[in-house]
Design a protein around this ligand. Structure first.
Ligand code: TIU
Length: 271
């Protein structure tokens, strides 16, 4: 029987239905093509160059060649009484990004565009955890220890998973990364290249750590990145401000900065 996956746009690869747990294995299927009902084929407008008002100047992108990359929107970083809050951080600074991300994610999926998610975390045996990362911070509890939602930043634990509001749909790649940057020791670059992606809309947490590191890695690999101010968050307001300034400084040394409403308006106008 033919299913919707048979109509995937060229170059998009195929998508296979799997449950949330299996997403954690970081695999991209190339076998059976099925697609979630929320996904649709991008319209002709999604193959055009679209301008978005941004800083330091207009960001231009072809939607079908641009992925929404949502960084580390994990329960342990964002939820009340998670690991982040346990360390004394103000999670409300991150939680304000949930609603704009939810809205953007809905629009991106509805337009049939590509979405990818990342999670920071380690193997249960911690074989991929550098001793320096384990020791750093000198906290009473560190990565791999029992935390409020299972072992801290360990794959398969509840706290490591993505918040329900932004949960990946079947077929959306989830990149499990051991570092701060999403390109280090992952297959993200290969997936983007295989799918013909040359631009990224980057959202998630935290602005100065995993978002900034990922944008810098992407920049060095030749991607143009647009970071959305309302969709990225830091526990520290001054780092939020400076983290964004660093990206757009010097004529866009690492990329562009805008807000989600401007991107959504551009999609609406041209899509
Ligand atoms: N995802 C991410 O940014 N990981 C961090 O450890 N961030 C902090 O701000 N600590």
């Amino acid at each position: 029987m033919k299913d919707k996956g048979d109509y995937l746009p060229q170059g998009f690869g195929s998508r296979e239905a799997y449950d949330g747990r299996e997403v954690a294995t970081n695999m991209v299927s190339t076998t059976k093509a099925t697609i979630h009902p929320n996904h649709k084929q991008p319209s002709a407008g999604m193959n055009q160059l679209i301008p978005v008002e941004a800083e330091p100047y207009e960001f231009e992108f072809v939607p079908s060649r641009c992925a929404l990359l949502i960084i580390d929107m994990q329960r342990d970083f964002l939820e009340r009484s998670g690991f982040g809050e346990m360390l004394g951080n103000d999670v409300s600074q991150l939680r304000r990004t949930i609603e704009p991300n939810r809205k953007l994610l809905h629009a991106w999926r509805s337009a049939g565009l590509q979405v990818m998610h990342t999670r920071e975390g380690h193997r249960p045996d911690l074989a991929d955890l550098p001793p320096a990362k384990k020791k750093r911070g000198r906290g009473a509890s560190t990565i791999g220890d029992p935390g409020p939602m299972g072992r801290i930043l360990v794959r398969g634990e509840a706290g490591h998973d993505i918040i329900p509001e932004l949960y990946p749909l079947p077929g959306e790649p989830v990149i499990d990364k051991p570092g701060k940057g999403a390109f280090f020791a992952t297959d993200l670059h290969a997936i983007l290249q295989n799918r013909g992606i040359d631009r990224l809309i980057v959202t998630g947490v935290t602005t100065e750590v995993c978002v900034n590191t990922t944008v810098r890695e992407a920049n060095d690999r030749g991607y143009d990145c647009l970071v959305l101010e309302d969709c990225v968050g830091s526990y520290f307001p001054e780092f939020q401000e400076m983290g964004l300034k660093m990206i757009k400084a010097q004529g866009g040394i690492f990329g562009w900065v805008s807000i989600s409403d401007k991107l959504l308006a551009a999609l609406e106008k041209h899509g």
